[in-house]
Structures are given as C-alpha cells and as structure tokens.
Design a protein around this ligand. Structure first.
Ligand code: ADP
Ligand code: MG
Length: 881
C-alpha cells in the first residue's frame, strides 16, 4: 500500500494589483493563508508532498511529481496523474503547458519513449486513446463520431471504455500529433473567469504492453513468456465553478452543473476513501463516469499523483480553501499498485474470453451482468474441472483394466509356481523312494527338476516381463495422456489463464467483485441540486448522501404514483415486485458464494487426485523393474550352471561315460539358456510371449533327448562292464564299478548343490512375487478409494451443474421480470402523468368555474339587493299613494 502523492501549485496572479498583496504563503511543503501584513489565519495551513509556487515551471513539476510514475508505468504498473482545482487555476496549463514549457502530458510521452529506447531487453507495444467526459457523456477525441461511449468492467481488462479508438504508436511525435488532433475536438467555452475554460474532463490514456526479448537463456525461460500490460491516465479535469462568478447561463450553465456534479462525486469518493479502510463502506465510484474511469487510480491498482492548482487572488480564497481541503483528504488515500503480468497464451485466452463476455453483454444487457459474469466464470471453471476429471476417470479406467490383466497374469503365474513347487517336492520324494537304480533315477529326476524349474522359471519370467511391459505401456499411455492433456488444456478456450510469477512481479488478478451491485444511481434531476454551494460544502468535508439527495426535491418530481392518486394500488405491487427482485438477487448472490466455495473444494480434491496418480506412477515404475530383476536372476543361474558344469568336467577324465553325460548335459543346458535368453529378448522386443504349451513341448523334446543319452550311456556302460568281467579279475571289475559309482556320486553332489542354489533363487523370486502381490493389493485398494472419490466428485459436479443452470435460468427470469416491471412501470408513469395533467386541467377549469360562479353569485346577490331596494321603494311609493 502506498499513499497517493499530492501536490499544490499556485498560479501566478492575473493582475498587477492582486500581486501586490499575497494571501497564500508557501513555506517548503506547507501552504498557509495569511492576512495582509503577515498575520496568519488560524486553521488555514496545509502540508503536502510538494508545494509549487508561482515561479515553478512545468519541467520541475514533472520532475518531482510525475517522472517516477512514468518510470513505473514502463515497468508494468498502472499510473495516473490528474489536475484538480477551480476553473482558471492552471490545470490545463499544468497538463498541456506551452510551447516553451511543455506540460505533463507532453513530457510524459517523450519520457516513455526515451525509457523504452533505454530498455533494450524488452519489446513494447503502445496504444493511445484520448477521450473527454462532456455533460456526463464520453466522447472519443480521436474519432468524434464515437459519442456516448459506455463504460464496462471485465475480469481481465478491469474498467474500460467500450468502442474507444486506440491508435498503435511508435514514437513520441506520432502521439503528440494525435493529441493535437484530439485537442481540436475538445469542448472549451468562454466564461467570466476563463476565456478558454475547459468544459469537460479529458483523459489521455496510454496502454503499454511489453515482453522480454527472446534471449534463449534458461534463466529467462519463465519471464520471457510473460507480457506486462500497464495503463497510464493523464487527466485534465474541468474546473469547479461558482455559477454566480462565471456568469454562466444557457449551455454554460448546463455544462457547469454537470461539471460540478461529477466533481462533487469525485469529492464524495475521495472523502469515503480517506475515511480509512474500516469505516469506508460503499465507495460510490459508479455515480459518475469520471470516478468510474478513475476507479483503479483511487484506492486501486495504480500509482497516482494529484496536482491541485489554486488561484492566489483574494476573490478566490473560498474556492482555494476548498481545493486544499480536497487535497488534504486525497493525501490520506492509499493505493496498492502491482505489476500487471500475464502469459502469452493467457493473453490470447483473455481476449477470447473478453469477446465472449462482450457478446453476452450485448445479448443480455441487464443490470445483473456482473453477477452473471461471475456465474459464467464459475461455470467455465466447472467445465474445466469436469474435463480434467473425465481425463482422470479415463486414466483410472485404463489403469484398472491393465491392473486386472496384471492380476490375471499373476494368478496364472501363481498357479505355475504352485505347480513348480509340487514338482520340486515330488522330485525330492522320487529321489528318496527310488528302488531300482537309486543313483541314476535320482540324478534323472533332479535333472528333470532343474529342467522343469528352468522352463517354468523362464515362463514365469517371460510372462512377468510381458505383464510388466503391458503395465509399462499403460504407464506410457498415462504419460502421453498427461502430455496430451497439457497440450490440450493450453488450447482450451475456457482454461483458466496460467499465470506465472516472475521475480519482483506478480499476476494482477482482479479481486472479487463486490457482492452488492456497486451502484447508487442518481436521479436525472440531480444536476439541479448539484450547484456550486453543495460543491463548496463537499470540499469542506461534507459528505453528501446521494441517496438522501435522491429522496428530496428530485424525488418529488418523479412519477411514482401515490396510493391515493392511483386507486388500483399498483404502486404497492411494484414495490412488492421490486422487493422480490431484490430478494432474488440476494439469493443469486448467495448461490454464487456457495458455488465459489464448492469450486475451492474441488480444487483441493483435484490436487489430491493428482498426488495419488503420481503415487501410482511410482508404483508402476516398481513393477517395471521386475523383469529386469528376473533377467539378472537368470543370468546368475546361468553363471552357476556353467561353473558347476566346468568344475564337474574338469574333475572327470575325457572319454568316460560321465564325461559324455556331462557334455550332453552341457549341450542341453546351453540349449536351455539360449532358449531362455531368446525368449527374454523376444519378450522385450515384441508383444508375443511363449505359451505354456510351447514350453511343455520344448521340455518334452529335451527330456526325450536326455533320456536317450542316458539309455545309450547305460547300455554302453553295461556292455563294457560285461566285457571287463569276462576278461579281467573280479577285484579289478569291482574297482572300476567303484570308480564309476564314486564319479556319479561326486557328480550327483554337484548337481544337488546346483539344484539347491536354483531352489534358493526360486525362493527369492517367490518372495519378490509375494511383495509384488502385496503392492498390487495396495494399488487395488487405492484405486477403489479413488473411484469412490471420483463418483462423489461426479455427483457434486452434477449438482453444481444443476445449480448453475438453475441460477442462470432464475437470473434470466429475474431479468425478464425486471424488464416487464420496468415496462409496466413506464406505462403506469405515463398514465399517471396524463392523469395529473388532466387533474391539473380539471382544477384549472374548476377554479375558473368557481371564480365565475363566485362572480355570478356576487352579481346575483347585488341584483337581488337591488331588486329588494327597488321593491322597498315601490312599496313605500304605493303606501304613500
Ligand atoms: P484551468 O484549466 O484550471 O481552467 P488554465 O490552465 O486554462 O486554467 O489557466 C487559465 C489561465 O492562466 C491561462 O491563460 C494560463 O495560461 C494561465 N496560467 C495558469 N497557470 C499558469 C502558470 N503557472 N504560469 C503562467 N500562466 C498560467
Ligand atoms: Mg482547463
């Protein structure tokens, strides 16, 4: 918050005589009234930010009062400078200046372009407009055909004048030429006080948009996206005037009343603002076009300076005091200026939104448009959240589907693991219960078990890999959807603009609209009461209650029929209807608040959902790692297998049956691992995985191959033993048999070691699978809660949707009703006027009749008197006769 900067400028005296005695003494930043010969007047001393005496130039005033504001405007702040004071006190002189000493506007324009030139890291777009408020109507000074322009307010542009011509300019000269052409169209008039008195308030406006130049620097990424939009208003107010002094009549009088009225409302606004935030209450910005346009500059988002000009002559002391009191109160106002920064895309969206709003307004044009706008915004937000929710819902469905598939696969794997377990157990059992040839059978079964374990392990691994890949692809899908949703959301017309905060800057977001319609309409006849005395009272700090003014003389001439005049009592009905309408409006406002609250709740819910989705993504990542781990396990198994075989082979002499068996085993093992690896690579590369039948088939082939090797070995072994039994001594045969048995035992031991390692691996895998299952279970539960929440949200959204549509229907209804009421009201007013006219005519006729009756009565009476006198005379005469 920063206070408005207020300065006072004393104009040089007009005549030599008035210069001889100074009434206003300037002492640094204090100005006080003094009688002649230096005796100060008590209670008439004021202090301000700056006080400029008669000798002060426009250049110095610009330097001290306006330069900082211009600097801020180029940096993205809104800025306003305006001149206030009685007519002929030097406002126009200060704002426009002369050729020798250009005024604030001229200097500001030059300064802006100089600063832009100096700001090499940003590019600028500047638009200018020039308007005046004449007799409470806005006229475009750059296009005089644009008259009676309307003020609108929107969420994005704030308060603005619709239809005002904006020229894009590139240099100061261009702007000054435009101002010159606009000056021609200004309303000036001659009064007793000022030969060229400004009869209107003029507002010169510059809109400065700037964007950081593309530097391709990473650090500048965020800020280079942002656009700063600032507005500079330079205002030359028309002067307040005492009609008696200015000698205004006819057109000038009408102008003077309008000028005084709007200045009075400006004073009213300043008074209320200077009361401090707590006591402030409703600020009547909407009571005049001037205050409405200056709304951001007075207590809003702008850096503001006011220069109050005063005339030093004795004859103007009262007005000067009034101006200084106004200035004192203005000094208490605090504004809150912010850099207005928006994003490029957001700017585009804003414009689209703006167009939609404008169209809506054109279509509806109701007084409750502000409220409607709010509801529209909420509706847009709801739409946006609905879209987001739908996307999330789709993602959830997708996730659930893939999760089901995963579960199915895991179930199948579980079954396989169970089968494997039983196989392992049965191999142990077989190993123990072998009767015929325990050593060979056991070895065979162990090999079969190794084969089965490896085959099943391969199946399991491939399938887990496949399942996790599916999940993985699901994850990518989600990521794509996210990206997609991001890109989509950028293009969505109703997306809430994405504001980004840059360093030392923040997004200018309009705060809430006031919950009550911010207007207190003035009656048309108000200008009749806004005379110079009321204005003077205003300057002295008197706060005019505009509503009470409405009820006084102005009200009396309004055509509300009184109950005794209109026998049907329609006035009561209208009042009733107006009350109803008010109530409906209040209800609509309440509804809007409720919608806002729900909107906020939805925001938090959405945040939570996003968090949960990212959690799920993390879990999916874990699943993705499973096949990798399985791969590692397989590699380890292979290493162990190779080690075991090489060790066994190294301890056995070449050419023996065991060596043959081992080499055959080595072949089978190599073939097994090659197949396993090829399956892994197939599973990694393509979607196809080996079915269980494939594996069974493959196992059968290997088993047959292994069996035939064993059989051939056994038969050759038997043959050689028999041969040796025939030729050699029994002891040597026994010895050889012992040697073969020992070799087999050693070999069996190695194999059982290997089997043991594989079992351990298998056990590890099983544990891993279990933990994965648990994870999946947790995921499932989370999905269920998410789904429940989604359903709740959906219900809420539906109900909100319903409420919004109902309230908009109600609004439309209320608007219709209001229009009808207004129509009826107007016709009734016309009727009433007619009736009043008739009553008047009738009363006049009645009065005439009464008068003629009275005169007739008088005549009649005198005639009777005369007749009676005559009768009396005649009677006397007859008596005499
Ligand atoms: P306002 O706009 O307040 O009605 P003007 O700016 O038109 O008043 O000033 C009225 C007259 O006083 C003009 O002729 C102007 O040149 C002159 N004037 C005002 N202020 C000064 C000043 N500071 N120095 C010289 N002349 C001034
Ligand atoms: Mg002027």
């Amino acid at each position: 918050m920063e206070k408005i900067c207020v300065a006072v400028r004393v104009r040089p005296p007009v005549t030599e005589e008035s210069a001889s005695g100074a009434y206003w003494k300037v002492d640094d930043n204090r100005i006080s009234l003094q009688k002649l010969h230096d005796s100060p007047v008590s209670g008439a001393s004021y202090a301000f930010d700056h006080i400029f005496d008669e000798s002060c130039s426009n250049a110095k005033i610009y330097e001290l009062l306006t330069r900082d504001i211009i600097r801020a405007v180029v940096e993205g702040f809104n800025g306003t400078a305006f001149a206030y004071g009685q007519t002929s006190s030097g406002k126009t002189f200060t704002m426009n200046g002369t050729e020798k000493d250009p005024g604030i506007i001229h200097r500001a324009v030059k300064d802006i372009f100089d600063r832009i030139q100096m700001t090499s890291d940003r590019e600028f777009l500047i638009r200018v407009s020039y308007m005046e408020i004449y007799n409470e109507e806005i006229i475009d000074l750059l296009a005089v055909e644009n008259q009676k322009l309307q003020i609108h307010e929107s969420l994005e542009r704030g308060v603005f004048v619709a239809g005002l011509r904006e020229e894009i300019v590139n240099n100061a000269e261009q702007v000054l030429k435009l101002i010159e052409s606009g000056e021609v169209n200004r309303h000036f008039g001659e009064t007793n006080i000022n030969v060229r008195s400004s009869r209107s308030h003029t507002i010169f406006r510059m809109v400065i948009e700037s964007k950081e130049k593309d530097t391709n620097s990473v650090n500048h990424f965020y800020s280079s996206d942002a656009i700063r939009v600032s507005v500079l208003n330079l205002v030359d107010l028309a002067g307040s005037e005492r009609i008696a002094k200015t000698g205004a009549d006819g057109v000038r009088l009408k102008e003077g009343k309008h000028i005084n009225k709007s200045l009075m409302i400006l004073g009213n606004v300043i008074n209320k603002l200077s009361d401090g935030a707590k006591n402030r209450g409703h600020i009547p910005y909407r009571d005049s076009k001037l205050t409405r346009i200056l709304q951001p500059a007075l207590g809003g988002n702008a850096k503001t300076s006011i220069i109050c000009t005063i005339a030093p002559e004795e004859v103007h002391i009262e007005e000067t005091k009034g101006t200084l009191q106004f200035a004192s109160r203005a000094k208490r106002i605090a504004n809150c200026a912010q850099v207005n920064e928006i994003l490029t895309d957001a700017a585009l969206l804003k414009r689209q939104k703006q167009e939609i709003e404008d169209l809506r307004k054109k279509l509806q044009g109701s007084q409750s448009e502000v409220l409607e706008q709010e509801i529209l915004k909420l509706r847009n937000d709801l739409l946006k959240y609905e879209l987001e929710r739908e996307k999330l819902e789709m993602e959830l469905k997708e996730e659930r589907r893939s999760q089901k598939e995963r579960e199915q696969r895991i179930r199948e794997q579980q079954i396989k693991i169970d089968n494997l377990s039983s196989l392992v157990t049965s191999s142990d059992v077989h190993g123990n219960s072998s009767q015929v040839n325990p050593a060979k059978d056991c070895m065979l079964m162990d090999l079969l078990t190794v084969d089965g374990v490896l085959a099943n392990f391969k199946t399991l691994k491939t399938e887990v890999k496949y399942a996790s890949e599916e999940q993985d692809s699901g994850r990518y899908r989600i990521t794509e959807d996210y990206n997609d949703s991001n890109s989509k959301s950028q293009g969505e017309p109703f997306r809430t603009p994405c504001f980004k905060a840059g360093p030392n800057a923040f997004v200018a977001k309009r705060s809430q609209y006031s919950t009550l319609p911010d207007c207190s309409p003035l009656p048309d006849t108000f200008s009749n009461v806004a005379d110079e005395d009321t204005w003077l009272k205003m300057n002295r700090g008197y706060i005019a209650d505009l509503d009470s003014i409405q009820m006084t003389p102005a009200r009396k001439v309004q055509s509300f029929p009184s109950s005794d005049v209109t026998p049907d009592g329609s006035n009561k009905n209208y009042n009733q209807e107006v009350q109803n309408l008010k109530r409906q409006l209040e209800l609509a406002i309440e509804e809007r608040d409720e919608l806002k609250r729900k909107h906020a709740e939805q925001l938090t819910l959405n945040d939570r959902l996003t968090c949960e989705i990212s959690e799920l993504q993390r879990e999916a990542q874990l699943f993705q790692e499973i096949p990798q781990r399985l791969c590692e396990c397989a590699a380890n198994c292979k290493d162990i297998y190779v080690d075991v075989l090489s060790m066994t082979q190294s301890s056995i002499s070449d050419g023996s049956s065991t060596a043959k068996l081992l080499s055959s085993m080595s072949e089978i093992g190599a073939s097994l691992f090659t197949t396993l690896e090829s399956h892994f690579s197939m599973a990694l590369d393509g979607p196809r995985s080996f079915t269980e039948n494939d594996f069974k088939e493959y196992r059968k082939v290997l088993f047959e191959r292994f069996n035939s090797t064993i059989k051939s070995l056994v038969s050759s072994e038997t043959q050689s033993i028999q041969n040796e039994q025939v030729t050699n001594l029994p002891c040597s045969g026994e010895y050889k048999g012992c040697a073969v048995g020992g070799e087999i035992g050693y070999w069996k031991e190695n194999l059982s070691d290997e089997l043991h390692t594989i079992k351990e691996r298998y056990h590890d895998l099983e544990m891993e699978l279990q933990s994965n299952n648990q994870l999946l279970e947790a995921c499932k539960q989370r999905y269920d809660t998410l789904e429940a929440e989604f359903l709740l949200l959906k219900e809420e959204r539906d109900s909100l949707h319903k409420m919004v549509s109902e309230s908009s229907k109600e609004l439309a209804l209320v608007t219709d009703q209001k229009e009808n009421v207004m129509k009826d009201f107007n016709t009734e007013s016309h009727k009433r006027k007619g009736l009043e006219e008739k009553i008047k005519q009738f009363s006049v006729a009645f009065a005439c009749r009464k008068m003629s009756l009275a005169s007739f009565h008088g005549e009649f009476k005198s005639k009777i008197e005369r007749l009676r006198a005559q009768n009396r005379v005649l009677a006397l005469k007859s008596l005499e006769c």
